[in-house]
Design a protein around this ligand. Sequence first.
Ligand code: GCW
Length: 715
Amino acid sequence: MVFKSRILPHKVLFVLILLLVSIGNIKGNTARAFEDGYRMWLRYEIVKNNDLLRQYKSYLNAVVLNGSSETINVIKDELEIGFKGLISEMPDFKTTPDEDGTLVIGTPKSSKLIASLNQKHLKKLKAVGSEGYLVTTKRVKGNKLTIISANTDRGLLYGTFHFLRLMQTRKPISNLNILESPKVEYRIANHWDNLDRSVERGYAGLSLWDWEALPDEKSDRYKAYARFCSSLGINSVVINNVNANAHFISTEYLKKISILANIFRPYGVKVFVAINFNSPQTLGNLKTADPLNQEVNKWWRQKVNEIYNFIPDLGGFLVKADSEGQPGPNTYGRTHADGANMLAKVLKPHDGVVMWRAFVYGEKQKDRIREANDEFKPLDGKFDENVILQVKKGPLDFMPREPFSPLFGAMKQTNTMIEFQITQEYLGNEFHLLYKGGMYDEILKSDTYAEGKQTYVGDIISGKVYDYTHTGMAGVINPGMAENWTAHPFVQSSWYAFGRLAWDYNQDPWEIAEDWIAMTFSNDNAIKNSILEIMKISEEAGVNYREPLGLTHIGTASHYGPAPWSERSKSFHRASKDGIGFDRSKSGSKTVSQYYEPLETRFNNLNTVPEDLLLWFHHVGWDYKMKSGNSLWEELIEHYYLGVEQVGQMQVLWNALEGKIDQERFAMVDSLLKIQKKDAIEWRDSCLLYFQTLSGREIPEKYEQPKYGLPHYMK
Ligand code: GCW
């Protein structure tokens, strides 16, 4: 709390910047005098290179958009916004036969031309499924056409966004041969939004969902939000917090939520709700919520029927049960499988699924990170086929760095999806710049060695290894009423990366970052390179000045600032006079054994454990020799100082952009980096001064010494 009051000046400064940036704002996608970040990556800035402009225009001068549906209307709108921005012209929509167009969009059902394309094309098209698409250049009767083909209008929408992205990133479009289909089924944004419009771990203002004004008034933001999701292929949204208020499924709120579902539908975005397991008691006045009780069952059946009357295509439920005080089946002596299956059975006739979270731990457990695996692994095979276990990326929480959760690979007969965090709960809230794409990639490309061979976490969650009936990737997202949606403009980049990786985890997070920069800031190579460099530095910086070498969870109660002296932190870093780190080896909590070989041995052995996870798996002496030749104490110091230095490097790179990018976002990020630098120093000094009381060793003179003593920080 003390820390909170200390960050207040940050908040004031930030609100002032936001206000400044909002002045002169004109809604919509029209060019703005002020760059307030509202358009995110869908800015569609005019193409200035004449050759490219000429090329684009020649391919766009006659558009044949086949079919009629709400989604086709969305495609039409997007093409209008895109063309107007990129080439300063409105698209000329033709009703002529396809072959007279230059850009043809359609499905084999809606377009004769596409139905008559060669077998090779049609075979490929079949293989991309209901959401994939092809964007190809073809010669038809002597004319060169760009054809966006798909099996559904939703596929066409994704294809259109891809095509527009090519122009946004200034790629040639004269010879295209693109084939895309998503690797996972549910690409889902999880909101932690509450009834009172607060957002748990939100940091970007009030929730987007204006419950008081709904269902009558519909904010412009709903549509805009759906557009952003759809542009990445995000196809589902959990509307509310997993710490769920039961009233979200009351009749009153279902009416409101159904309006959101109607607005999102044409964009291919399905709504899910997070439910409270005790709803039969809270809303239905039953005496119990025991999943095996007949009355409880009946109540859920009726409730679910009512929900589907309002929202016929609801995706299903997300459930946090028996976790951090939330009710669940354990209260009634039942298992997670009993709870999940009861809900799965009532959702099944409606094609709904249950996303059941595996985030469970007991405060008294000797090693809390063991629990999810200990509890869920024995239940493998006991879940219905429309249940998906939602597992956080790491075994603890959304920590700056932790190994992947060993549940990936452990659940062979249970659909298992991954949960990432986009909002920066542990990574500086709305104040610090940190691109998370590389962090997502680090987990997705971690080898689990399941089945004794190379199997990435991404392979597991996409159903490549085990025969999952449903797959998914969730991102906890925080957009709010901040003019630019996410408060820190760079949180947008993690949203963007999440969406693109959810579509295809094989993509390179740095290429994704480059696209984001080009679409959000500039296509100028020098600018792009500088911002990319900043984003690359940002990840390791964020780990270095907070929790290097596998340290974890040493923040304040709010998770923003440092508190290595707190009881909770101590239970994780285990620093003492003899050393630091949590012994999870075979001689400690044995958590290493939750991993397949060769990982178990690799993590267990001091010589082979990756040094960036050293203190996660081992307790080692302060003088322990690192690979660099440093002692552990020296290495810790080096990382903490490097973290601060890296923020300095980010500042230098950013400052050089003044005058080259819009002044609004330049000034905003400049101010935020100053806060980040100050915070980084605070993290460094707090941690090192505290650990020093146990290590009894000096911070070598070559380093700038902490300005204040430990009591100052502990205050
Ligand atoms: O890390 C913790 C967060 C809680 C969150 C919980 C969860 C929604 O601090 O705010 O609650 O994780 O993921 O359920």
